[in-house]
Write a protein that binds this ligand. Structure first.
Ligand SMILES: Cc1cc2nc3c(=O)[nH]c(=O)nc-3n(C[C@H](O)[C@H](O)[C@H](O)COP(=O)(O)O)c2cc1C
Length: 365
């Protein structure tokens, strides 16, 4: 399939933010902050490289949002107070120096936390032991502990953590927008997922009730950031359960994407292993096509193995606006510039994430 390069290299608006092209760096946790969660000089150079390499948008790694249950990993950056928010200023200004835009991904790890200096116990929707094992490349080891079921007060604190963090991100750190991490098995996805959410109160039950926390977080953020760009990342697969599929199938997609659209999010960022494949085992439409169908007026960012450039055209046909690259960007921090120049791409080398996933010297600007 031939690719319409010009279409991807054309400027594009996402909410109030003008991007110079449609390539984005997908969020990637690299545990390279200080122990206190302050973004480091290493991160400044790492993020700068993507902007220099032509990415119109970079979404940061997941940033923790409160000093209770949200931190997931040792050396993960936070944005829970003034000092942490100020530490991001060097990152955002380095990206802005190259005409790039950068969104903060706000993440609450919930039951998948494997390193939280504020809490010895983890918290999730219900006391259900997560599937899978902790991630060694983020200093984890063995099974996940069984979380405590968050109380009404804990949930209010979590929402407040997201909102205050978003406000700091926009007002203090100078981020261009906010991505709420509703994907990949972390707290908001734990609420969305029937396996992990057994609640019988207003936060649990059918998918309409399970999506509620994501919507409440969005609303709370919207109240404090005015018209700043805010969107949500959604997936089926999880870091601890790669092949999870929504039991409701397309009806679930209608509720999730439809209610995000009704709430008025600026963008929805969908991620799958291979973005162009049918969303469900029964075949049919891709996840991105379903997002486009039920959120016709939202910007759709899509992610999943799109370093295979032949498939970019497929997802654009399915309704994607922006193409986000994870491993492809790690291997080619100048992916957009190479793409524009018709140059070949470097294959991803997984050893860069070992033995732990911190940023390596070879990745610095
Ligand atoms: C090292 C690493 C860290 C990641 N951390 C995050 C994260 O913090 N937040 C998130 O939403 N996704 C995270 N992801 C998932 C990526 O954003 C992306 O969905 C995944 O790599 C698939 O896209 P790709 O095929 O382009 O690599 C991470 C992926 C990698 C490889």
């Amino acid at each position: 399939m031939t690719i319409n390069k010009q279409e991807i290299l054309t400027p594009f608006d996402i909410g109030q933010v003008n991007l110079k092209n449609k390539f984005a760096v997908a969020p990637m946790t690299r545990i390279s902050a200080s122990e206190e969660g302050l973004a480091s000089h290493r991160q400044v150079e790492y993020y700068e490289r993507f902007a220099k390499g032509g990415f119109g948008l970079t979404v940061t790694e997941g940033i923790y949002t409160d000093q209770k249950f949200s931190q997931g990993y040792q050396f993960q950056p936070g944005i829970t107070d003034l000092e942490q928010a100020q530490a991001w200023q060097a990152v955002t200004s380095a990206v802005h120096n190259h005409e790039g835009k950068i969104f903060a991904q706000l993440m609450h790890a919930g039951a998948l936390s494997q390193g939280n200096r504020f809490s010895q116990v983890t918290g999730g929707p219900s006391a259900v032991t997560p599937k899978g094992e902790q991630m060694g490349f983020y200093y984890g080891n063995g099974k996940y502990p069984t979380p405590k079921a968050l109380t009404e007060e804990d949930i209010a604190d979590a929402i407040d953590g997201f909102a205050k963090s978003a406000q700091r991100a926009i007002e203090i750190s100078s981020f261009d927008g906010i991505e709420i991490h509703g994907a990949n098995g972390y707290l908001l996805d734990q609420f969305l997922t029937d396996f992990s959410n057994h609640r019988t109160d207003k936060w649990g039950g059918d998918v309409k009730k399970r999506v509620r926390l994501i919507l409440e977080v969005y609303k709370a953020i919207r109240q404090v950031v005015g018209s700043a760009t805010v969107g949500v990342r959604i997936s089926q697969g999880k870091v601890n359960d790669f092949f999870h599929k929504w039991s409701e199938g397309e009806a679930g997609a209608e509720v999730v994407f439809g209610s995000l659209a009704d709430a008025g999010v600026d963008f929805i960022h969908v991620t799958e292993f291979e973005a162009w494949q049918p969303a469900f085992a029964t075949g049919g439409d891709s996840f991105v096509k379903l997002a486009r169908r039920y959120a016709p007026n939202q910007v759709i960012i899509t992610n999943g193995s799109l370093h295979q450039v032949d498939h970019i055209e497929d997802v654009i046909k399915d309704g994607a606006d922006i193409i986000a690259l994870g491993k492809g960007a790690l291997a080619n921090p100048d992916f957009p510039n190479r793409f524009a120049g018709g140059e070949s791409m470097v294959d991803f080398d997984p050893s860069i994430l070992g033995p732990v996933a911190d940023i390596k010297n070879s990745e610095l600007a």
